[in-house]
Design a protein around this ligand. Sequence first.
Ligand code: GDP
Ligand code: MG
Length: 766
Amino acid sequence: MLKFALVGNPNCGKTTLFNALTGSTAHVGNWPGVTVDKREGVYKKLEEAVSIVDLPGIYSLSPYTPEEVVARNFVLDEAPSCVINIIDATNLERNLYLTTQLMEIDVPIVIALNMIDEVEKAGDSIDELELEKRIGLPVVKVSALKGSNVDALMQRAYLASKQERKGLTVLCETALEHVINDVRIALKGHGVHNPLFHAIKLIEGDEIEVEMHKETVSMVDDFKEVYKHRVFGTDYEALVADGRYKYIVKHFSPVYKRSKSRSYASEKSNRIDKVLTHKYFGLPIFLVILFSMFHLTFSNDFLYLGAIFKLPTLEDLGLLTNDGEFRNYWVKLLSCFYDGAIFSFGSALNNFWNEIIISEIFGLIKNTVLNSGLSVWAVGLINNGIIDGVMGVLSFLPWILTLFLFFSLLEDSGYMARVAFILDRIFRKFGLSGRAFIPMIMGFGCSVPAIINTRTLADEKEKVATIRVIPFFSCSAKLPILTAISGGIVSFYGVGNADLITYSMYLLGVLVAGAAVLLMRSTSLKGEESPFIMELPSYRMPKFSSTVMLLWDKAKHFIKKAFTIILASTIVIWVLTHFNFSWQFISDDKIDKSILAGIGQIFAPLFTPLGFGSQLGTYGWVFVVASVTGLIAKENVVATLSTLATCLIAVAGKDALGLDLLAEDGVDAVKAMILVTNVSVPALLSFIAFNMTTIPCFATVATAKGELKRRKAFKATMLFWIVTSYLVASMVYLVGTYWWTAFIYLFAFTLTAFIIKFRNKRNKKV
Ligand code: GDP
Ligand code: MG
């Protein structure tokens, strides 16, 4: 099959084009370094099917980071039938720098002038026929985003792929001409493929190249010696780069016609950047934006209007019956959006989803099962084992999607790249570059792609440190834990605000990450942070359809997980709690005699210092068990609590708390847990902290193992997660319970910091 490779600078629209050509939904973001590995798809609109390969972005064919090497090697080693060189036309000159290198390879090339819509919007124009003539390669104007002209591009690529092409260089007009030519001929004599390309890279002294053709180094030096009188200076790398730029400016730049009225857009974006990336205000603005996101997602009191204006509740309005039921269906509907306060966007959506959709559907199923005449244990397994577990997880879907929507808007607009820029200054103090921020913030979505993204970090130690802290950026699967527990705390104990608790737990994760990185970078993982150069992409209006696509993908993934891994786990949990060691069925209120209770009680003492161990008595082990099932998938934590909740309500007496057995969601489950175990608020917070920082889910562990090249580093990472979670959770519990222990911790931290500083100083002196 023909193979076309998409090659270009970071953020020039390769993945957008890839999606447009192949109908895939690969991740597109408005910042460099989204794609870190190659990805294949098929384009079917030509005479024959063509395989399209999306590659990580590169600025030059002398790569610095592992993911850039992927792109270079693909072009050189896999001999694609055609290279589609995508160029961000709004940045023509800089993008053509890569083109001048690609054209030295013996491979058919077609140039796609992408983002032509933005060029035209600015009132500029590009003479593509003139460019084609000057550069000697087919040039096609496209807009990957709008899908315009992409089929014409493919036609040109198809034609090009049928012809052989010999490499050419723009350096033939420079003083390097002779040395390049002689080295090229010599390499050709040695049977080297792409001799022109390799000759130039060898002359530059490119690291990979020199490593690959060690035997030729002295020969190249000899040639350099011969032509020494023609060349000014010895920095060949700079000479080559300079030659390329001069050629671009002289021959290619004139094809770009600027309109006079231009730069309005860039002026506007500069003005925005002055505020958003301000030295002092930049960070506070980011924190406020982040908090607004959480507020809009989780708050049950939008802008705190209810609290400020003492808005009336539904009861005050006389909309409830004497037994506290809704007067009619409309009141029930209203209650999803308003009850003494306006619910924020995410919360309203969540109420609607749970009260109107989920509980109705599952309630119907539960009733059908109940009246079907199945045996007691079968009804229990289906209704309480399976449905409660799956429902407990599904009930969080709108919250997850809302938060994801906000993150995706920040990312697509180009703001995230600014945040990386702001944070660079702070990250440097922690021994990381701002680049590390991107995988970290991706961790809020899912740790797996986040860990893969650390390939963009050139320094191995920086990469290891980043991988270790990524799980502390609470992922969407951990969101149910956070919200169910904070919801439980607020509605059972009546303290705090759900959005404030959630936000501070997220922040706690970030703080722990910061402290851990600081510690690692000044002890076991000392090293230079890599230089951080990231261009700021232009601000863009996020595209509606691609945002919807992204959310749809996320929802599909989540629902699939609920009905596979989570379902399987809840069945196992249900069976283990409804049978005793002699495999006799036991009823809901006897679960303290079950197999799981037996096992859980053995481990419970380990968690006593964290507040959810032995001190919780007969049923305390439920928290331990929930944490363990979280190792499979973090959604399991709440699913397990939901599955066990029915049993605990049975223990407490059926109508305790007025918990409706049919309307089981995560928050109700936590309320049941609190009622039966008397677990305290600090212990609940410690439970969140523990699950947030401990060994992440199975998929993340496997990914980390794959990315950490050395076995020892992987083992150390597992240990690091266990120790950190234990320390952090016990600290949350102890400080929350006995406030004065805060001083002990403070003292311990200061002492540690001093010892490290002292040792590092002494080591430096030696
Ligand atoms: P990659 O890093 O090269 O894979 O670039 P992406 O495909 O991730 O796109 C980077 C950004 O450019 C995203 O915000 C896209 O929406 C945007 N983009 C891509 N193609 C076009 C285009 O033709 N026109 C405009 N206006 N934006 C585009
Ligand atoms: Mg990409």
